[in-house]
Write a protein that binds this ligand. Structure first.
Ligand code: IMP
Length: 244
């Protein structure tokens, strides 16, 4: 036996597509929670200086990671395995979620490319109803590829709607939204839903209509550093508003 052939081959694992029942696929798509249900609070830590700034813990880092694993399986079972999926992170808020989702996708062995894009619609606590974005800065890799826009949170849906319209001009093979959170907005009828309708491909969690911070989500650029997601209270708003 030659010297080279006696060398041990590195073992590789190829993950193949696992067929899922359509009901299982649907179950993986969205995971609504109530305002009170936090699945694991044992590892919650935050900087001491933020003490008293939050009303309630809404999602722990553990909850988000668990959900990212499910979302990665859903993506792996939905998109082709012989071409990279373009994952476009909308800056800045989506960065921690994006990184966690990418890690889980790598673990299931799904091929992907990463891109970043900046879009801004919120000023302080509310939507400005005007989305700031520069379509000329959209990545070229979108063209002819399957695209998943990775967002932190969908509130009125305006930012995502504008983003979808902008990326369509770059002719992707397909374009879907993937958001860590979506807010349930109250309608006049008393029902809760999203205001703007578009095809929401993949949602991490549906949350109540409250202003939340942490895990990338900010209030005036603050609180992005939190590991978990919290409802901001009056003290936090005052502090984040720099009225110390
Ligand atoms: P929309 O255009 O109204 O859907 O707002 C989406 C954008 O507003 C997100 O990308 C966030 O940057 C921001 N946003 C909406 N709700 C919240 C929140 O509760 N906390 C922090 N940012 C938010």
């Amino acid at each position: 036996m030659g010297k080279s052939s006696s060398k041990k081959q590195a073992s590789m694992i190829f993950v193949t597509k696992t067929p899922l029942e359509s009901s299982q696929q649907t179950a993986l798509r969205t995971h609504p929670i109530s305002d009170t249900k936090v699945q694991n609070t044992t590892t919650v830590v935050y900087p001491q200086m933020y003490k008293g700034h939050f009303d309630k813990l809404i999602l722990s880092n553990y909850d988000i990671q668990k959900r990212c694993k499910e979302m990665a399986i859903y993506i792996h079972n939905t998109y082709p395995h012989n071409e990279p999926l373009v994952l476009m992170c909308t800056l800045k808020g989506s960065a921690p979620f994006f990184s966690m989702l990418c890690n889980e996708l790598s673990l299931v062995g799904h091929p992907y490319m990463i891109e970043f894009y900046r879009a801004q619609s919120y000023e302080g606590l509310s939507s400005s109803q005007h989305v700031k974005m520069d379509a000329s800065q959209l990545p070229k890799s979108i063209q002819g590829r399957h695209l998943l826009i990775v967002e932190d949170i969908i509130d009125t849906g305006l930012t995502m709607q504008k983003l979808m319209e902008a990326v369509e001009t770059k002719n992707p093979k397909s374009c879907k939204a993937c958001s860590m959170l979506v807010k349930r907005l109250e309608q006049e009828s008393g029902n809760t839903t999203n205001q703007v309708s578009f095809e929401q491909e993949l949602i991490g969690f549906s949350i109540p209509d409250k202003f939340v911070v942490g895990f990338g989500l900010d209030y005036n650029q603050m609180y992005r550093d939190l590991r978990d997601i919290w409802i901001l209270n009056e003290t936090g708003i005052k502090y984040g508003g720099f009225e110390k």
